[in-house]
Write a protein that binds this ligand. Structure first.
Ligand code: PHE
Length: 337
């Protein structure tokens, strides 16, 4: 019995088959158990010998079982570990990294510069009223300058804002006569332009507004000069040319030195050495008054610039439409290493 049992045990190669063997040779209905029960029918002399032998066999089988169990379990674990090994020398799969869109990047940089000068950043609605977009900016219904900005009308009174300037008025109203006001307003604007290399029916502007006591044109120039140097480097300079906007007086167009300039035949500035990047001026007294700021006491300056234009200059982008097509071959060039 012992030999058959042990040889069968050696045949077993998986822990899950061991239970069966245990039931058969050591269980209640095993042959060994039957033999133990027979002991009662034996004579006085045979009984101890027989019992001892049965116990020996039981002990041998139990020990063999325990050993086999340990050995098989160890082997199975070793196999599992080998199979589950991770090859840490395999090269990883490349993660597809996104890039910040060049317009967002320029806006973020400009925001940082103005935050550093103590400005706050505010947001305004893209769906505006005629009242804020024109009327309160000194552009009454019959004003010829309304044609300068071909407008998407949603109804008689509602439109898509053509510039971020309505936020000059909204900000002054919200500040309820308190000074100083120093804000910039980045946001999307809309105009009924045919799209081409330099025009888009939807683009971005950043409006700036400063209102206080004794604010002068020199403050406007100084602020823009500091901004230009922070954005393009210490050699940068600004030039103001007289211009006209109904909501500023005097008004100016502001030029920067052409950073790409290679003289006469420069395609970026057409050889002039200057590039226009924004419109600006002193807030018109009538706009101050309409917004609840007494123009005899307060003054201010405002400016509006186009981040697209700045991005195009900075990165040498020749067609504004590239900024809106979301072609990954274009955008991936702006991924940081
Ligand atoms: N809103 C003007 C435009 O869109 C720019 C501007 C802003 C001019 C503020 C002067 C002051 O052309």
């Amino acid at each position: 019995l012992q030999e058959t049992a042990l040889s069968e045990l050696r045949e077993i190669s998986a822990t899950r088959d061991l239970a069966h063997w245990r039931v058969q040779y050591l269980g209640k209905k095993s042959e060994l158990n039957a033999l133990s029960k027979q002991m009662g029918s034996l004579g006085q002399e045979e009984r101890p010998l027989f019992g001892e032998r049965v116990n020996e066999v039981r002990k041998a089988l139990e020990e063999a079982y325990a050993q086999r169990q340990t050995a098989l379990a160890a082997a199975e674990q070793a196999l599992r570990l080998a199979q589950e090994t991770i090859d840490i020398t395999l090269p990883g799969r490349a993660v597809c990294k996104g890039a910040i869109h060049p317009i967002s990047r320029v806006i973020q940089e400009i925001e940082d510069i103005f935050l550093g000068m103590g400005f706050s950043i505010v947001d305004g609605p893209e769906v505006e009223t005629d009242h804020y977009n024109f009327e309160l900016l000194n552009l009454p219904k019959d004003h010829p300058a309304r044609d300068m900005q071909d407008t998407f009308y949603l109804s008689d009174e509602l439109l898509l804002r053509t510039h971020t300037s309505p936020m000059q008025v909204r900000t002054m109203e919200r500040m309820e006569g308190h000074i100083p006001i120093k804000v910039i307003v980045p946001g999307r604007v809309y105009r009924r332009d045919e799209d081409d290399a330099t025009h888009s029916h939807q683009f971005t502007q950043i409006e700036g507004l400063v209102v206080g006591e004794g604010i002068r044109m020199s403050d406007l120039k100084g602020t823009l000069e500091a901004f230009a140097k922070a954005l393009f480097g210490p050699e940068q300079r600004v030039r103001l040319r007289p211009s006209y906007f109904p909501f500023t007086e005097p008004s100016a167009e502001v030029d920067l030195l052409c950073v790409h300039c290679h003289g006469e035949g420069c395609r970026v500035c057409k050889g002039t050495g200057w590039i226009e990047i924004l419109g600006a001026g002193m807030v018109h007294p009538r706009v101050l008054d309409m917004s609840g700021y007494d123009s005899n006491r307060y003054s201010g300056f405002a400016f509006g610039m186009g981040p697209e234009r700045i991005a195009m200059l900075r990165y040498g982008i020749s067609d504004i439409r590239l900024l809106y097509q979301n072609d990954l071959r274009f955008l991936a060039q702006f991924a940081r290493a």
